[in-house]
Design a protein. Structure first.
Lengths: 295, 335
């Protein structure tokens, strides 16, 4: 009889479901911003400035009468997408570097790690400033800069994971079989590291949102008329006493998204690490065992 | 190199750089493995058996290891190469195809994230130019050959779904997939229970007869040696002290270390007696060793032993490195 082993432990814990649903809502809203948002993001209406929340404008309006909710939804698009791109860039560069330096060690490792030390020695934002300042203010430059700044984080993690994997017997067995280094690195070592790397990625998206917001807040990121949450914060700062919602709305959005991402990454990590996984209750376990456990 | 040997190790030395100093793990090993034989390599822990075996595939970390001597391999196309000399590319074509190796812990030797069918198939893909259908068929045939049934279903399972003995069978299937000339079994049965051990040994002997490859069997278990080996070398402190056919080794061991090892095999029917051991421990390989390395533990040690004894032949195929039983010496000893 062919029996499918039931997977013990829930993937869908309560916090996992909450974070997944809310993140999906945020992502869907930002993707379909044109249909979801009640107003155009740049629709100016000078007769309705600084309005309090109402049925027409759920989160009120800003200094030139734009609908804050609509701008928030459009802003999510830029914020989330650019954060994702930042992380993807850092993974594409950082993971192979980490694998190589962990696997070969010696001189190669030294060179890669010392270069990354230099990057780490500067605060991430400062380095991003330098990059944007020398290549021009634009969201693309901000993304590339942050992507590079994030490389050491991912590659150091990959390196230390590789160091532990490298000494395991299956790697030696793979060497004794005559596999090439590239094959051993990407087909044998990398898959065994990938769970931790994914967890770090979700965490990094949260950091990237914050850093991008900071860059935009300082005017180094997105340029008007496009807007993201950081830029909205910056614009609202001048009017914080007249209408606090101008700052609160994007600020809370950033916090919520980052917290949700952290929750997601915690849950992923918990699921991938068997020993941390939440098991179903004893009652359920007994039912699953189907009478195998004596009462 | 003799015409009937496939690997001949000549004066191999392996020095490993560690944080505690340079370890002379192998101090001049001569070893010849003939076509179609099962050659045992016996010795206490830490005497360089595994070090020697790994050197055959050059598996030590390149930037921390100094090799000396030669390891000549006769490839299946007839060409002779020195494994310590060749480029990495060529080495990779030898690993797995000409010489395959299985390890002590079969569970850890399999990649936990790939199905075993994938792992065997990957090996075939790396070394042969078979189409993917043929690879699939051959994978199943291999699993069937080592007694994993039903092969089709089990090939889709992951390593954790197998027991240790089964995993070692898979490792053997993998090692044999490219028809190597030599299989190195490094303590391949040590981690298994006695019944499984016997099964794996039977399997190895059976396959060896059918395929006609050679096996270098590393073990510290004389029972295993007696069971399946044709010839055996005894190693001590990075050197081979005695080589002979198994029959002769048990009947007439010449080196005191061999004698002591054979003496210390526990025998049934002698309950109550103390187990025979060899007093002392093997010397540290961090310091250079002068003379015979076994002398400090040897009950026959004499003054001459502070000079390294050379390998002397009792007859063709049986040699030992000791001054004892040398006719002239023995006369002196008795007198």
């Amino acid at each position: 009889m062919k029996m499918k082993q039931k997977n013990l432990g829930h993937f869908f814990t309560v916090s996992m479901v909450i974070s997944l649903i809310l993140l999906t809502v945020i992502i869907l809203a930002s993707v379909f911003a044109a249909y979801v948002a009640p107003y155009e993001q740049a629709a100016i209406d000078m007769s309705k400035t600084f309005q309090a929340p109402s049925a027409a404008h759920w989160l009120g309006t800003d200094n030139v009468g734009r609908d804050i909710l609509s701008r928030l939804i459009y802003g999510a698009r830029v914020t989330l997408l650019s954060a994702l791109v930042v992380v993807v860039i850092s993974v594409i560069i950082g993971v192979p570097l980490g694998l190589i330096s962990g696997y070969y060690g010696g001189k190669v490792d030294n060179i890669i790690m010392r270069v990354e030390d230099v990057i780490l020695a500067f605060p991430a934002l400062l380095l991003a400033f330098l990059f944007v300042a020398s290549f021009g203010k634009s969201i693309t430059n901000a993304i590339v800069a942050l992507g590079i700044v994030y490389v050491p984080m991912i590659s150091r993690l990959t390196r230390s994971l590789t160091l532990t994997e490298r000494n395991k017997a299956y790697v030696e067995a793979a060497q004794s079989i005559g596999f090439s280094d590239t094959r051993i690195l990407f087909r044998h070592i990398l898959p065994n590291c990938v769970s931790t790397i994914i967890t770090q990625m979700t965490l990094d998206i949260g950091y990237a949102i914050l850093d991008l917001a900071a860059l935009s807040f300082l005017g180094m990121g997105v340029q008007p008329p496009i807007s993201d949450w950081g830029a909205m914060l910056e614009e609202g700062r001048a009017f914080i006493q007249i209408s606090p919602l101008l700052c609160l709305a994007p600020g809370i959005s950033i916090i919520v998204t980052v917290v949700l991402l952290n929750m997601l990454s915690d849950n992923i990590q918990m699921y991938l690490d068997q020993s941390q996984r939440k098991l179903p209750s004893f009652k359920k376990l007994r039912k699953m065992a189907g009478g195998l456990i004596e009462q | 190199m003799n015409s009937d040997s496939i690997i001949s190790i000549e004066n191999l030395t392996v020095n490993l750089m560690t944080t505690r100093g340079i370890v002379c793990a192998v101090r001049g090993v001569d070893l010849e493995i003939r076509k179609g034989e099962i050659h045992g390599l016996v010795g206490e822990s830490g005497c360089g058996k595994t070090m020697t075996a790994k050197s055959i595939l050059r598996l030590h970390e390149e930037n921390r290891t100094l090799y000396g001597g030669r390891i000549m391999l006769k490839k299946s196309d007839g060409a002779e190469v020195n494994i310590l000399d060749i480029k990495k590319k060529e080495l990779q074509s030898i690993r797995g195809r000409e010489v395959a190796m299985i390890f002590q812990d079969p569970m850890a030797s399999l990649n936990p994230l790939l199905t075993i069918g994938d792992q065997i198939g990957e090996m075939l893909k790396a070394h042969t130019e078979l189409s993917s259908e043929k690879i699939g068929a051959k994978t199943l045939a291999l699993l069937d050959m080592v007694g994993i049934k039903p092969a089709e279903e089990r090939s889709r399972q992951y390593p954790f779904e197998f027991s240790g003995g089964m995993a070692q069978r898979i490792m053997i299937a993998m090692a044999l997939s490219c028809d190597p000339q030599l299989l190195i079994a490094d303590e391949a049965t040590t981690a298994l229970d006695v019944t499984t051990q016997a099964q794996i040994l039977d399997l190895m002997k059976d396959l060896q007869r059918r395929i006609g490859m050679s096996i270098l069997l590393i073990t510290h278990n004389f029972g295993v040696v007696a069971e399946i080996c044709d010839r055996t070398s005894v190693m001590y402190a990075g050197k081979i002290v005695e080589t002979s056919s198994v029959q002769e080794l048990f009947d007439a061991p010449h080196h005191p270390y061999t004698k002591a090892l054979i003496n210390s095999i526990p025998r049934s029917g002698r309950s109550g007696e103390r187990l025979v051991t060899i007093p002392g421990a093997p010397p540290s390989l961090l310091q250079p060793i002068k003379g015979c390395a076994f002398a400090p533990r040897c009950q026959y040690a004499m003054e001459k032993c502070c000079q390294e004894p050379k390998m002397r032949m009792v007859k063709r195929g049986h040699g030992y490195a000791c001054y004892l039983n040398d006719d002239r010496e023995e006369a002196e000893h008795d007198g």
